[in-house]
Design a protein. Structure first.
Length: 108
């Protein structure tokens, strides 16, 4: 499962593309957006920007949060997903330990 999320997340340019991706569950979408919004993905010289590993263009933190809000509205607050919250946490932690992090600096 982690490999599937990792390969798909690298193909995104904008956060709303995650929300609209048909092959990802709601939990997977939230996990990708959460990672993208994390401080670990902040661009060092411009911390309002976030750069997901494997992507080339940084996006604003607010655009990621807008996409998460849109995801919640699109799926509804009570709709269940096929993955449990613990599955999402395990997948996220696994990606964090496998990656070298999002230490991004646009000056390079």
């Amino acid at each position: 499962m982690t490999e599937t999320i990792q390969s798909k997340e690298r193909s995104f340019t904008f956060p709303h593309e995650v929300v609209d991706h048909p092959a990802l569950s709601k939990s997977q979408k939230r996990a990708i957006l959460s990672e993208w919004a994390s401080d670990a993905c902040a661009v060092e010289s411009l911390p309002v920007l976030r750069l997901l590993p494997g992507t080339r263009v940084p996006v604003t933190f607010s655009s990621i949060m807008d996409a998460r809000s849109y995801l919640d509205r699109k799926f509804g607050a009570g709709e269940e997903d096929s993955l449990s919250e613990s599955d999402v946490i395990v997948a996220f932690q696994s990606r964090q330990t496998q990656s070298v992090g999002c230490d991004n600096d646009l000056r390079t």
